[in-house]
Design a protein around this ligand. Structure first.
Ligand SMILES: Nc1ncnc2c1ncn2[C@@H]1O[C@H](COP(=O)(O)OP(=O)(O)OP(=O)(O)O)[C@@H](O)[C@H]1O
Ligand SMILES: [Mg+2]
Length: 288
């Protein structure tokens, strides 16, 4: 397997608002790596540096933001400090939570074609890629609609399509459903499911809801105060119920239940999903 992302002892601080005084480090000695095809979720309380870490993956941090940086980020071997952001954008596509502010074209088609046009791709290729991306997010037939007439979930799907049309190798989803109602959330997660299951894309998703993390993730990274505080498979992360609760993070209800059961009966359950919980408890009750 090839390594898609290597973050090596990355520390970063934004430019100081007070001249002559250094701002505090937002990221501190963050190290992680992601294999091609892996799905990694990042959790963490507000303001701990999750978005900053995403922006460091496509070079916006520090190339556009300035500030102080130590350590390095490599995307398929390319150093993000040295590679032009426009080149990195073709490797790493980032979708943010506020789709609304990302859409500014007159039609869905123009919106999705925008990035490709700015790369000077031939019209035929653009048309093909737009159709492909629209189908992937379940928005075929919406070509001529104004993005502003769409629901929140549809807007976010268009935002995802406009990134996918650039065929990045790595997709970063920064709280992609944070501003959506339950229907919109379900629409976006079904796109994520499709990308995960059928396309095997390398995906980094920042997300708070543990049930969604469990469904998709090979690995979970918990950031706290600019540092990687926990890292591991979902079952291992969500078995650390007290730790997660202490930093204010969600765990699946069945993980919480396993934790309570373990405390009362000295068992070693680490549930993340309903089915396995049910099976394990039935076996236990049956004395197997
Ligand atoms: N452009 C900027 N200039 C200066 N400071 C910034 C900038 N963007 C973010 N920060 C600060 O950096 C820290 C980390 O912010 P970041 O947005 O990366 O956190 P986050 O974990 O994504 O938070 P949230 O959960 O609210 O999305 C915060 O203290 C924030 O105020
Ligand atoms: Mg953020």
């Amino acid at each position: 397997m090839s390594v898609a992302i290597v973050v090596d002892r990355l520390s970063y601080s934004y430019p100081s608002p007070v001249p002559g005084r250094d701002a505090t480090w937002v990221l501190q000695e963050v190290s992680l790596s992601v294999e091609e095809g892996e799905f990694v979720s990042i959790m963490g309380p507000t303001g701990v540096g999750k978005t900053t870490l995403c922006l460091a993956l496509n070079g916006i941090v520090p190339q556009s933001t300035g500030g102080r940086i130590k350590g390095e980020v490599h995307i398929y071997g390319l150093n993000t400090k040295l590679q032009p952001v426009a080149d990195l954008a073709q490797l790493v596509g980032i979708v943010f939570q506020d789709a609304e502010t990302q859409l500014f074209n007159m039609s869905v088609e123009a919106e999705i074609a925008f990035g490709l046009e700015s790369l000077g791709k031939p019209a035929e290729e653009i048309a093909e890629r737009v159709d492909w991306a629209m189908a992937l997010v379940g928005m075929s037939g919406f070509k001529d609609r104004s993005p502003f007439q769409l629901s929140g979930g549809q807007k976010q799907r268009v935002a995802i399509a406009s990134i996918l049309a650039m065929t990045p190798k790595i997709l970063v989803l920064d709280e992609p459903t944070a501003n959506l109602d339950p229907l919109g959330k379900a629409e976006v997660f079904s796109v994520v499911r499709e990308l995960r299951q059928k396309r095997g894309m390398t995906i980094i998703m920042i997300e708070h809801e543990s049930e969604h993390i469990v469904e998709f993730s090979d690995r979970v990274i918990v950031l706290n105060n600019g540092r990687v505080e926990l890292e591991g498979r979902p079952a291992s992360i969500f078995s650390q119920v007290d730790h997660m609760r202490k930093i204010g993070l969600d765990v699946p209800q069945v993980s919480e239940m396993a934790h309570r059961h373990n405390q009362k009966y000295q068992t070693h359950f680490a549930f993340t999903q309903l089915d396995e919980t049910y099976q394990a408890l039935v076996s236990r009750l049956d004395g197997k």
